[in-house]
Design a protein around this ligand. Structure first.
Ligand SMILES: [Zn+2]
Length: 208
């Protein structure tokens, strides 16, 4: 597996570029910004982007999706519980003093239990509401890898004080869907350093 993690935009959202070494098919997760840098990695590894996966509809995760779609032709996928939040990108941009990215067109709903594939790589969609209603994590069982969006961070969890957030729901999602994964699973949070399920189970103060 080819896996590049690129912090993008002013909030340094971790964009993941995940490619299958045999077929060179790839998916890009959370292309929030800096699309030229993402495209440079795609060209360097000669990848064909098949899917653009959005973990949740915050501007720092989805802001560059349409530019990437224009360059790759890949469909943009988002859980339908975040479609309302996606319509508020102008409001989100105003909060952050950013330029609104324009409307984002979703090809289809990222449903719980669905698999997202690129070549031989397959990620399972875990619907993990709490940070937003439509937040998802993407779990690659064969690679023991979790792309966690803003649900879980190294030593912390996603904020729940923004529209659609719920502290009760994020805790339920973390306990029922995330902490049940194997300890050795590598966690790529939406921001900041990488961790593992085992380290977070042991040391994350929000999960005691
Ligand atoms: Zn977020």
């Amino acid at each position: 597996m080819i896996h590049k993690i690129l912090p993008v935009g002013p909030l340094q959202c971790n964009c993941s570029i995940i490619g299958d070494e045999a077929s060179h098919e790839a998916m890009v997760i959370d292309p929030g910004d800096d699309i030229e840098d993402i495209l440079a990695i795609i060209r360097e590894h000669n990848l064909k982007v098949k899917q653009i996966v959005i973990t949740h509809a915050h501007i720092d995760h989805v802001g560059g999706a349409m530019k990437l779609r224009a360059q790759t032709g890949a469909p943009i996928l988002l859980n339908q519980n975040d479609y309302a939040l996606l319509k508020m990108l102008d409001v989100q941009a105003a909060w952050l003093g950013m330029r609104p990215p324009g409307a984002v067109e979703i090809a289809h709903d990222l449903k719980d239990g669905q698999s997202v594939t690129a070549g031989s790589l397959s990620g399972d969609v875990l619907h993990t509401p709490g940070h937003t209603e439509g937040s998802v994590c993407l779990y690659f069982p064969a690679e023991k890898l979790l792309i966690a969006g803003d649900t879980l961070f190294a030593g912390s969890i996603g904020r729940t004080d923004l529209p659609g957030g719920s502290y009760q729901k994020i805790l339920r999602s973390l306990h029922d869907r995330v902490l049940v994964l194997p300890d050795e699973t590598v966690v790529i949070p939406g921001h900041g350093p990488t961790s593992t399920i085992g380290e977070e189970r042991e040391g994350n103060p929000f999960l005691k």
